[in-house]
Design a protein around this ligand. Structure first.
Ligand code: ADP
Ligand code: MG
Length: 335
């Protein structure tokens, strides 16, 4: 009989051994990684700051229980790197805390390889974590803490929005929410791409940025609330609809307005919304070309007594009160 895998076997066989063999782990010679009570990181350059974020994925809430483990491993790191991207930080390292119902070697191997493939291309080293059993039929939980670096004062914060800024969004929108609506594992829902190169490319250009995890409308509201004294005018006809959503409209499975509502409120996008002065339009267009990533101007920022978003169409007509009400309620809520 094969002895079931224990917590320490998992650490030894999957984490320490692979790290020692250099298989799948992005390693740094200046870092003490997995194996001791703590990891030890080298000092940052004197003019750099460390940027830290944690995000958790809970089975049944943030992902389907039958998800491909390779995709899940990718996603748990991707959603964390997306927060670094929004701040314009360069990834350095991360830790992984996992509460697991059991230790299934095939499942774990696939999960780790999905996670570590992204770790390698992002140059982000797994330096430690914690592993525990989840009693009974409790949901599995994965929590990653990611660490990055940025030049002092250069991180792009939510509060940097300025009157007269343009608002931009990367990539295209609506496909993860459409996949959820159909009860499917959509490609972007499974394997979001953290926009790290964009975040770094926007240093010195963007005034404020945020990643779209819970929905475009609510993310822009976060920027407005953090900055104060501003409102956003946003054009629904400018929203870049994802190809899947466009074809659903073409085939009559969605109305254009339903598709736009998905783009306005759908979560799990992991695109960046950012603001920049109009003088940077050409530089942003160039950046989009060099990254082969569409960057779309969706509106602008005006002074206002209260933070609010006014959605309008291409002719400048405000959207219907029904759509406005729906959008205000929409967006992913964790409770
Ligand atoms: P302690 O009991 O001192 O917290 P552990 O036995 O939990 O130590 O962990 C031993 C080593 O394995 C530590 O270096 C820890 O960071 C690492 N580790 C444990 N679980 C994970 C995990 N899920 N991912 C990465 N490293 C882990
Ligand atoms: Mg521990």
């Amino acid at each position: 009989m094969v002895k079931p895998l224990g917590e320490f076997d998992f650490i030894e066989q999957f984490l320490v051994a692979q790290a020692a063999q250099g298989q799948g782990f992005y390693q740094r010679s200046d870092t003490l990684g997995i194996g001791d009570d703590c990891a030890i990181l080298p000092p940052l350059a004197p003019d750099e700051q460390m940027v830290v974020s944690t995000d958790m994925l809970v089975e049944g809430r943030h992902y389907y229980p039958d998800v491909d483990p390779h995709a899940l491993g990718h996603k748990v790191l991707a959603v964390n790197l997306s927060d670094l991207a929004a701040m314009g930080a360069q990834p350095v390292s991360f830790t992984l805390a996992a509460a697991l119902r059991g230790l299934d070697p095939d499942w774990l191997e696939a999960f780790l390889s999905g996670m570590l493939a992204l770790a390698r291309i992002s140059q982000c080293a797994l330096i430690g974590g914690d592993t525990t059993g989840m009693p009974g039929a409790g949901p599995q939980v994965f929590s990653v803490t990611v660490m990055g670096r940025v030049a002092c004062g250069a991180a792009c914060r939510r509060s940097g929005l300025c009157a007269n800024d343009d608002l931009w969004v990367s990539g295209s929108l609506g496909d993860p929410a459409y996949a959820v609506r159909l009860g499917r594992h959509g490609e972007k829902l499974l394997r979001p791409t953290p926009r790290l190169d964009l975040g770094i490319g926007l240093r010195g250009i963007a005034h404020a940025a945020i990643d779209v995890s819970d929905g475009l409308h609510s993310e822009v509201m976060h920027l407005l609330r953090a900055s104060g004294g501003l409102a956003a005018l946003l054009n629904i006809d400018a929203l870049p609809l994802a190809p899947d959503v466009q074809s659903a409209v073409a085939q009559g499975q969605l109305t254009l307005l339903q598709a736009q509502a998905l783009a306005m409120t759908g979560g799990d996008e992991y695109e960046l919304v950012f603001s920049a002065g109009p003088e940077h339009r050409d530089a942003i267009a160039q950046l989009g070309l060099s990254l082969r990533l569409p960057l779309t101007r969706i509106g602008h920022v005006v002074p206002a007594p209260q933070p609010r978003i006014q959605w309008h169409d291409a002719t400048g007509e405000p959207v219907s009160p029904e759509l406005e009400a729906q959008v205000k309620q929409g967006g992913f809520r964790h409770f």
